[in-house]
Write a protein that binds this ligand. Structure first.
Ligand SMILES: CC(C)(COP(=O)(O)OP(=O)(O)OC[C@H]1O[C@@H](n2cnc3c(N)ncnc32)[C@H](O)[C@@H]1OP(=O)(O)O)[C@@H](O)C(=O)NCCC(=O)NCCS
Length: 115
């Protein structure tokens, strides 16, 4: 979100379906959120842990909370699809939670609108 001004970031975050914030005292040290239509497609976005708190399973805690929420949504539609756009070299982290590369299950790579 650093690339956007605060007003844009706030409006985007306000449209979040569910988010997890991890605190150390009153400082946010980790964050992640779910966006989507809640029935067919959900997206995991903005999973991040401050560098000095990384490798302490905080990312795992965030992912587990987001996936708990997905489990709730699956009660309504068990075949809900959950996407995420892993940053380069972060795939291994997400593989630990059952995510696979689209190309490995016979789908396309996924695309981004480059305007
Ligand atoms: C990616 C990120 C969220 C992981 O959070 P974290 O708290 O450091 O991760 P955890 O301590 O919960 O690690 C869980 C496991 O994932 C592994 N892992 C974490 N980051 C990894 C990476 N980049 N590549 C490979 N494995 C990774 C850990 O080694 C650990 O493995 P283990 O269970 O075998 O011990 C964190 O490094 C981060 O915020 N990075 C910068 C922002 C970012 O790139 N976010 C992802 C956007 S898609």
């Amino acid at each position: 979100m650093g690339a956007y001004d605060n007003n844009i970031s706030k409006r985007a975050l306000d449209n979040t379906f569910y988010s997890v914030s991890i605190y150390d005292g009153n400082k946010i040290i980790g964050y992640g959120r779910l966006i989507g239509d809640t029935i067919c497609f959900m997206y995991i976005h903005d999973v991040m842990v401050l560098p000095e708190y990384q490798s302490k399973k905080i990312g795992t805690m965030i992912m587990n909370k987001l996936l708990e929420q997905i489990k709730e949504l699956k009660k309504e539609n068990p075949s809900i699809r959950v996407y995420l756009g892993a940053s380069k070299n972060k795939e291994k982290f997400y593989e630990k939670f059952g995510f696979v590369k689209r190309i490995d299950v016979g789908l396309g790579y996924g695309m981004l609108f480059k305007d």
